[in-house]
Design a protein around this ligand. Structure first.
Ligand SMILES: Nc1ncnc2c1ncn2[C@@H]1O[C@H](COP(=O)(O)OP(=O)(O)O)[C@@H](O)[C@H]1O
Ligand SMILES: N[C@@H](CCOP(=O)(O)O)C(=O)O
Length: 302
């Protein structure tokens, strides 16, 4: 039987301007997780060890998001495997994705939990989960598919909902992007509350044209990136929730840099491999990262 499972899951930047709830990009910034199966039950208060981002804030018991999702999915997928193993597993987590910054940390955690449940079930002779099934489940938990899709399949993804499906588009005009991560946090749920229910038809038409143009700009013609990253569906409605980030987006765009809010913010995504140091406000971390291909990576040790 399996002794341990290791998974690396990438950060993701959703929306990329006009592609609200549908476009996403996998980034070369990963959380690394190791699940160990022990011979005997473990202390329920210390199931998880965490290093890195938010290490001091996350629970160590089974309420930890990854362990909770793993347990719920495994119980449904393979009740016998759940019964045999749930008391005997620990999780070591090395977190590199900043939390509540719009870089898909919760989607990465949810994808990891589901993928680990599928791998444990398969290793014990139960049903496995395909990447398509992992995406479907993750999108239901997250409430939108645009972060889960690149975390599962990698690269630039366009996804649809109910059920979630994703297509990868080969990016050819840029290799690296820069994320500008502020210290302040914003809960995705709170940010989603600022989006109105209805949008004028003309706004929707303009936005849908720019999502098409964004694909053209990322595959063929980088000169269209600035126009293609104009959004009217989410960023302005959320301006009050991340005013400094919107100021940064505005100032970068005034310099000709295609910058948008990453996910629900407050991180700013610049579709370029370098942002001039003088354009980065104090307290904002600038990280240049490659686009990550292939989605999460999982390996087992017997
Ligand atoms: N690696 C992780 N382990 C445990 N919980 C996590 C992890 N990543 C994210 N979370 C949970 O998800 C929350 C952030 O989710 P959310 O507001 O959707 O922001 P984000 O844009 O980072 O996904 C964290 O406060 C934490 O509760
Ligand atoms: N389309 C969603 C994306 C949320 O991404 P996150 O990384 O902030 O969780 C939204 O804009 O609400």
């Amino acid at each position: 039987m399996i002794r341990s499972l290791r998974i690396e899951v990438p950060a993701t930047s959703a929306n990329i301007g006009p592609g609200y709830d549908s476009f996403g990009l996998a980034l070369g910034l990963v959380d690394s997780l190791t699940l160990t199966v022990h011979d005997a039950p473990v202390d329920t208060e210390t199931v998880v060890t965490v290093q890195g981002e938010s290490a001091d804030e996350l629970p160590r018991d089974r309420s930890h998001l990854i362990v909770r999702v793993l347990g719920e999915v495994l119980a449904e997928l393979s009740p016998e495997t759940h019964r045999r193993f749930i008391d005997r597993i620990t999780l070591e987590s090395v977190n590199r994705i900043p939390h509540s910054r719009g870089l898909g940390s919760s989607a990465a955690a949810v994808v990891a939990g589901i993928a680990l449940a599928g791998a444990l079930s398969e290793a014990a002779g139960g049903p496995r989960l395909s990447r398509a099934e992992i995406l479907e489940r993750a999108a239901v938990i997250e409430g939108h598919p645009d972060n889960a899709a690149p975390a599962v399949v990698g690269g630039l993804t366009i996804s649809l909902s109910d059920p979630a499906r994703a297509w990868t588009v080969p990016v050819r005009t840029i290799g690296e992007v820069t994320v500008l991560v502020p210290e302040v946090r914003l809960d995705t749920k709170t940010a989603r509350g600022a989006i109105p229910q209805d949008i004028a038809h003309a706004v929707a038409a303009g936005n849908s044209a720019r999502t098409g143009l964004l694909v053209h700009a990322l595959t063929t013609d980088p000169s269209a990136l600035l126009e293609a990253t104009v959004d009217e569906l989410h960023q302005e409605f959320r301006r009050a929730a991340y005013p400094e980030s919107m100021d940064l987006v505005d100032s970068l765009r005034a310099r000709g840099i295609p910058a948008v809010i990453s996910g629900a913010g407050p991180t700013v995504l610049a579709l370029t491999d370098s942002v001039p140091a003088e354009a980065v406000p104090a307290g904002v971390r600038a990280l240049t990262v490659p686009i990550a291909e292939g989605g999460f990576r999982l390996s087992a040790e017997v």
